[in-house]
Design a protein around this ligand. Structure first.
Ligand SMILES: C[S@@+](CC[C@H](N)C(=O)[O-])C[C@H]1O[C@@H](n2cnc3c(N)ncnc32)[C@H](O)[C@@H]1O
Length: 270
């Protein structure tokens, strides 16, 4: 049974473990905004954003949905580049932050990507969903929603933490000894097990200062084929799948140069 089949439309924001997902993001919103720091973490800046920019292309005059916009750093980025942006997020506090820091042609609404507003029907040229689908139980409903709100030839670009190499999910790094010079431990190799076991798990994130978020966050492990087949079943054509590498050659990204940290998918509504 897929995650989607185990939820009714009314219960899509409930985590399988009983905590409402909405509440997790509401309670963690300040810590999350601090982690993002207004422009994204180094992983966003050096790995993900260059790939998103390339896949999304010129946004001038385009209508862009930022689905699960968080504190809005990508909404601001694409509004600044000339898009008309609609940011939607389940967390009221994060939407408040988006409105506080708004820039360019952008508006923000509290909403659920598992049941996107009916009024969005065929309204967008681009649907962007950055690092959100692994946090929702409703993959199929979310993708159907993106298909519905896109215009003909509109594109969907979404990213997830790479399903095969997610150290929060089915894998973990085997770490070596601490380097006396850098005081960092080198990752020796990555171990993966139970990749096919699709399940929900919860993890605490940490702020840049290393403090634990107030409550753990729900994640949904799915295989690469589950993501790809769900897109195809929705009627969207997959144009590209990327496993972007860091643009920086900084040692900080040693591990991310050896195995992919993210998976990014671009699809088109025919
Ligand atoms: C990892 S954050 C990514 C935020 C943003 N896209 C970014 O790149 O910074 C996941 C976001 O998804 C939001 N979210 C989780 N479930 C959602 C849902 N069902 N509908 C809308 N947003 C949701 C959370 O509130 C959070 O802001």
């Amino acid at each position: 049974m897929s995650f989607c089949e185990s939820f009714t439309r009314e219960s899509v924001t409930k985590s399988l473990m009983g905590d409402p997902i909405e509440e997790q993001w509401q309670v963690n919103s300040e810590a999350f905004a601090e982690l993002i720091g207004g422009t994204g973490t180094p992983h966003h800046q050096e790995i993900l954003v260059p790939c998103l920019d390339r896949m999304i292309g010129d946004v001038t005059g385009k209508d862009l949905l930022d689905a699960g916009c968080g504190e809005g750093y990508l909404s601001r980025r694409y509004a600044k580049k000339g898009a008309s942006v609609t940011g939607v997020d389940i967390s009221r506090k994060l939407i408040k932050l988006c409105n506080f820091h708004t820039i360019g042609n952008a508006r923000y609404h509290v909403g659920n990507i598992c049941a996107l507003d009916e009024s969005y029907e065929s309204s967008f040229d681009i649907a962007l969903c950055n690092l959100v689908l692994l946090n929702v139980p409703c993959l199929d409903d979310a993708l159907k929603g993106f298909h519905r709100v896109l215009r003909e030839n509109g594109i969907l670009v979404f990213s997830v933490v790479h399903p095969a190499f997610n150290f929060y999910g089915p894998g973990t790094w085997e770490m070596g000894k601490k380097d006396p010079e850098t005081r960092r431990r080198r990752g020796l190799f990555f171990k993966v097990d139970n990749y096919f076991d699709e399940h929900e798990y919860q993890r605490y994130w940490r702020t840049r200062q290393g403090e634990k978020f107030p409550v753990p966050i729900s994640f949904f492990h799915r295989t690469i084929s589950t993501y790809a087949n769900a897109v195809v079943e929705t009627g969207l054509d997959i144009l590209e799948i990327d496993e972007p590498q860091p643009v920086s050659d900084d040692d900080f990204f040693d591990r991310e140069r050896r195995i992919p940290f993210f998976m990014v998918v671009k699809a088109k509504k025919p």
